[in-house]
Design a protein around this ligand. Sequence first.
Ligand code: AMP
Length: 360
Amino acid sequence: MIKKIGILGGGQLAKMLCDFANNNGYETMILEPSEDACAKHSATRHLAKAYDDKEALKELCDYSDVITYEFENVPSIAIDFIENLKANIPQGKNPLYLSQHRIREKNAVAKYGVKTTDFLEVRNKESLIKATKKIGYPSILKTCTGGYDGKSQWKITNKNDIELINIEYGEYILEKMVSFDKEVSCLVVRSINQEVTCFPLGENIHKNGILSMTIVPARIEQSLEKKIKDIAKHIIISLNIVGPLGIEFFIKGDEIYFNEMAPRPHNSAHYSLDACDYSQFSLHIKSIIGDTLPTPNLLTPVVMLNILGEDKEKIYALKESDDTKIHIYKKTEWKKGRKMGHINYIGSDLEKLINLARSF
Ligand code: AMP
């Protein structure tokens, strides 16, 4: 019987996974180098060691009945080590390998007929100039690895923008910018028994490249919602991924474009904590221990609003209530642009919830 869960990573996703585990009779150990990791407040044990520290990995394996991860940039050497010790890490390395690299993940889904934005590989300024000629304006340059929350991205709307970009030799992707009608995401889950289910789609609003708000249900036709869920299921099955997978899409008219994916709980599915009968953290655990996967139902319209470092005063002034659920991640430093928590506004009138979130 599975009782102890090991987690690589110690950020807010690990924290909320540990919170769910604590409330459901599991114990947890996180491996996360930072002494300040916010998940340490919720984990049963915290190993403050590097991800490739062999002694720490051995301790994690000895402790855990099952091991998972909360971020996609876990070094592959750590997973190799865990697998060599024959520890139980059902998700394995494959989803990390794919999602750690923007071109790799786009090629992987395109192989199974999923439409992506037009893109080209870029290595340096010279190839950027060439690629921009083919892709056209507006386009967006991103590092292939390591970027998050709109970091390491450059919008290119004209020749002057290219002049201003100073990049070192490396791996970049130049994407055609889609003037999308909506951005949505789907948290799809596949269990070790190959059951697949997904959460209701979230409609996402970004500010400065950071997710600001997720609106559920997404304000799109039901037939389109179904089509996108089917694509998400097709991706997770085709790529043989187990565990949770957050997939972001752009919608333009009837066209659906894959943007990116992450094999972990996703910020845009935090609404599930208060608005669904099962949260994404519940299904994450069910999927890796082989429990039957229920289809999560939306119990109420919801708007999730991210709390950033600059919102400190405002969030402490806000009162929690039945329809305003506040989640704070207990991070030590309130830095501008850093995700510090989120609010789930729930109620029957979606437009009212959107206005509430906007006026926060
Ligand atoms: P990403 O890190 O790829 O999720 O990009 C962050 C945000 O930038 C996305 O959620 C979009 O709002 C915007 N963005 C990124 N790539 C594109 C694109 N090819 N076309 C239009 N908007 C984009």
